[in-house]
Design a protein. Structure first.
Length: 389
């Protein structure tokens, strides 16, 4: 059964089981992306490892439920959170907990970092700011659940709510300075896509394949571009949502849409430098003139940054609901639905190593840890620091 056929079948099933459009959007995302498998994952291929990844330390913060969490690293410390309300500061070298607190309510997004700020979001539409010692500084309400990572620039916290509104909050007290909002299709995929900040601009992707750039200081729009155009005869076929964060690299910002395209967009003009047909839910990254993207079907692509030309494609991870690729010098890492981290050679995409951290899906984003390591968080709450040698 192909991906499109599977999607349509699941849509019909979800439609009959859900009582509202919100329930339907949540159910579609749950079934297709990271929680419930539409089709069995492809069997793992055998290969001769050329490197040895090792778990340096691990801890558990509690389950993520339907939310996505990404550990953050700063000044030799790891910050991580979970849906159960747990927030921890951990020594990156040893795994020793410096402190661990409970927010007193469930969490739904994080972790974001800024000068003396540790930021998380809640299902009840709050952004919570702690200092580096774990003391609550302020709590600010936005328009809906906070599914993404709050970002910090200068004296502003930029946060995207689940209804796609983007807020600029005062970093000192959480007071609202500006808000950007737009109309969205009634049927769109629920995702934890947040915003990316670079050089005073805020970049964000939306339902319908649109990407925008805003001025961080006041939320005014700089430009808007169509990365993908909805096509098809049914609402489900016409979904072409950007459900992952854009990625800024040099003069271009890259974005990819589910059931749509990947594009490199000129940051100054908002004009697409190139685009091609690739569908992704979890997104992309870039390093050293290459763009890496995890296709919705499970293939990993390495593309030339200025043209989108394919350098290589690794197609042996079908239906494994891959995380966004993380380039680490000579290798590229992705996590999958069964708790594996796969490592591929930067030059040709050949597998170099594999490690299983937990029998649980890996979150949509891995985090770089120093020059030879990464952090992976799973849906069961495990946080793993992995060294690569």
């Amino acid at each position: 059964m192909g991906l499109q056929t599977t999607f349509l079948a699941l849509f019909a099933l979800a439609l009959s089981a859900c009582s509202s459009i919100t329930d339907l959007k949540n159910d579609m995302s749950e079934r297709m992306f990271g929680r419930e498998l539409a089709e069995p994952p492809e069997e793992l291929v055998e290969f001769k490892p050329t490197m040895t990844p090792k778990v340096m330390w691990q801890t558990n913060l509690g389950e993520s439920l339907e939310y996505d969490f990404t550990p953050a690293v700063e000044a030799g410390m790891v910050y991580a959170a979970s849906a159960t309300g747990e927030i921890a500061k951990i020594d990156a070298a040893t795994g020793k907990q410096v402190w661990r607190i409970n927010a007193g309510e469930p969490l739904s997004g994080g972790v974001g970092l800024g000068p003396n700020l540790v930021l998380v979001g809640t299902p009840k539409a709050y952004v919570m700011a702690y200092d580096q010692s774990g003391k609550l500084l302020w709590k600010s309400k936005v328009s809906s659940e906070v599914l993404s990572i709050p970002q910090v620039t200068d004296d502003l916290v930029i946060v995207r709510a689940g209804d796609s509104r983007i807020f600029g909050l005062n970093a000192k007290d959480g007071s609202r300075k500006w808000v950007y909002e737009r109309a969205n299709p009634a049927l769109s995929l629920r995702s934890s896509a947040g915003v990316v900040l670079a050089d005073g601009a805020v970049y964000a992707g939306f339902a319908g394949g649109k990407m925008i750039a805003l001025r961080a200081e006041d939320g005014k729009i700089i430009w808007e571009v169509s990365v993908a155009l909805p096509k098809g005869t049914t609402e489900i076929e016409r979904i072409a949502d950007i459900t992952s964060q854009p990625f800024v690299d040099g003069a271009l910002v890259y974005a990819v849409a589910y059931q749509g395209k990947i594009a490199g967009v000129d940051r100054a003009t908002g004009k697409a430098a190139w685009s091609r047909e690739i569908s992704s839910y979890t997104g992309l990254s870039a390093e050293d003139a290459r763009v890496y993207v995890a296709h919705a079907s499970g293939s990993v692509y390495a593309l030339e940054y200025s043209s989108g030309k394919t350098f290589w494609r690794q197609g042996s991870l079908k239906n494994r609901l891959l995380s966004s690729p993380l380039p680490l010098g000579g290798i590229v890492a992705v996590g999958d639905v069964q708790g594996y981290i796969h490592f591929m050679d930067r030059e040709d995409g050949a597998f170099t190593a594999r490690i299983n951290v937990q029998d649980s899906p890996v979150m949509p984003r891995l985090t770089e840890l120093g020059s030879n390591g990464l952090l992976a968080q799973t849906r069961k709450g495990g946080v793993y620091a992995i060294s690569i040698k």
